[in-house]
Design a protein. Sequence first.
Length: 128
Amino acid sequence: MIEQDEILQWLKKAEDDSAAGKAIIDMSAPAWTACFHAQQSAEKSLKAAQIFFLKDLQKEHDLEILLNSLKSYLNTETIRQEAVQLTDYYVATRYPGVKESELTLQDASEAMKRAEKILNFIKQQIQK
């Protein structure tokens, strides 16, 4: 069952990004790094869902695009706002001088909550 293994691997990666983000917040390390891990956790969760429902995944980082690909299978409105808010962290945290210095640990904490909502939602949908 290669497909099931692949889904579990993507979910594990999403959980690892979530754990990394939490550790960064706990250490009061640069907030932008936790925001990046939050976006990555959400992205990997959505890619696991794509494999489950679509039997394929998109090489895409825009969470709204990933989410739209799943709207025939999931009530994507449940997590749309979280996805939209996390999408900006992919670019804003990868490149110097874009936005990272404006991000606070409060922003990072909120980003992690959004990512966990997406991860938990996807896990629930896959387990049905």
